[in-house]
Design a protein around this ligand. Structure first.
Ligand code: ADP
Length: 407
């Protein structure tokens, strides 16, 4: 196959990340990567790095809207816009999408009709879908003739059995597509990919970033995952509650209802509470960022300690649950910003899990920050291996695009 230049677009609630790859004959070469961050603020960031990691662009523009942010990305990709890199004419574009809803479950070529269909299920990933569908429409308009493909996080979780996917709600709502979809699928997929050809039979992967989730994987296929219909479910994370007694949400909703009139308005406010003000931020009252919280703990802040303890304790509980589901565990992998970098979180999560066969080596765990890649941090003789592996979501998107282009 001749080389295929692929643009990867990965949008979050306030950022657009992008990368250009050259894909050919099994080789995947990243030509550049960049991001427009801080969308919706006057203090945005726009940067681009070349293949060697050298910054080609480093600006702090106001990015009040996603339109302004995406316009910058598009301008930067124009031939000749970046004198230091020769950007080839794009052959395809791959878009990360958290959830396509119940009808769009396969990665596929994007058409205007497909975008409309996925947009019907905005409520299934309310922080992510609006910006993702906006960028898809813009990409179809601005790069006419270049095929666009959607790569779903939910795709990796499609193998979950009904016992894990079904929500315990009346059929009336289940029939509307409400079920467990999971998220971070491209990250999980990339961990399995990186472990090939020796993917352990019983694998647990904890993706601990600003959003956090954990998955139970049997022979490379997902059997269960912590996030639910939306990324707000599952583990406590930076600003999200994770799984919570539904009565708590009803209590808060009634409180909000005392001062609002419309149902939609009240639902939006509840969503802000559950998805943007809760989790580590809510409990600490300080920050959603693990680094800030670790600093605050050192300074004696009790709320920060409680928030972090709750986080690591919750991850530990899910490891126990998934070990039970898998009938044991052969490997535990940490990934995501906290999983890759926070020595203390990994140590606290694994403490006392000897009975499950998980024994960490304190020195290896400490050294691992310098020795990332696929570092083993379990003790010699630990029945389960514990590793730290950074995710490679973009690579998975490029692989899907190459496969779909070949169809
Ligand atoms: P996102 O889900 O937004 O992609 P990331 O995967 O980048 O998030 O993870 C962000 C989290 O990782 C933050 O809580 C941040 O504090 C944490 N983190 C990043 N680097 C470190 C570090 N060196 N030590 C501790 N925590 C870190």
């Amino acid at each position: 196959m001749h080389s295929l230049p692929v643009l990867v677009l990965n949008s979050g609630s306030s950022s657009i990340k992008f990368a250009v790859y050259e894909a050919g004959d099994g080789a995947r070469t990243r030509l550049l990567e960049g991001a427009a961050d801080g969308i919706g603020t006057d203090e945005g960031q726009f940067w681009i790095k070349n293949a060697e990691g050298k910054r080609l662009t480093d600006e702090k523009p106001a990015l009040p809207t996603r339109a302004e942010a995406f316009a910058r990305v598009e301008q930067a990709l124009k031939p000749g816009a970046l004198p230091a890199v020769k950007i080839p004419a794009l052959g395809a574009i791959g878009h990360r999408m958290v959830s396509g809803g119940p009808t769009v479950v396969e990665n596929q070529r994007i058409t205007p009709g497909l975008i409309d269909e996925m947009e019907k299920y905005t409520a299934f990933a309310p922080l992510h879908t609006p910006i993702a569908v906006y960028i898809m429409r813009e990409a179809l308009r601005l790069f006419p003739g270049v095929p666009n493909f959607v790569c779903l996080d939910s795709w990796f979780h499609r193998t979950m059995a009904p016992v894990a996917a079904r929500m315990p709600i009346p059929e009336e709502y289940a029939a509307m597509g409400v079920r467990r979809f999971g998220a971070h699928g491209l990250s999980y997929e990339s961990i399995v990919y990186q472990l090939q050809p020796r993917v352990p039979e019983r694998l647990i992967v904890a993706h601990l970033g600003n959003g956090a989730s954990i998955s139970a994987i049997w022979r490379g296929a997902c059997v269960d995952t912590s996030m639910g219909l939306t990324p707000t479910g599952g583990l406590i994370s930076g600003t999200r509650t994770g799984d919570i007694d539904p009565g708590v949400l009803l209590f808060i909703l009634r409180k909000i209802g005392e001062r609002t009139t419309g149902t939609a308005e009240a639902a939006d406010e509840l969503e802000t509470v559950a998805a943007k003000k809760a989790g580590l931020l809510g409990v600490s009252g300080l920050s959603n960022d693990m680094r800030d919280l670790r600093e605050a703990i050192k300074a004696g802040n009790k709320s920060a300690r409680l928030a972090v303890e709750q986080f690591t304790w919750t991850v530990k509980k899910w490891i126990g649950a998934f070990t039970a589901e898998l009938g044991g565990v052969d490997m535990l992998v940490f990934t995501g910003g906290i999983g890759e970098n926070d020595i203390d979180s990994r140590a606290e999560i694994c403490a006392g899990l000897d009975a499950l066969g998980i024994v960490l080596d304190a020195e290896r765990n400490k050294k691992c920050v310098e020795a990332r890649g696929a570092a083993v941090i379990s003790a010699e003789g630990s029945p389960a291996e514990v590793r730290v592996i950074p995710p490679a979501e973009d690579l998975m998107i490029v692989n899907h695009v190459v496969r779909l282009m070949g169809k």
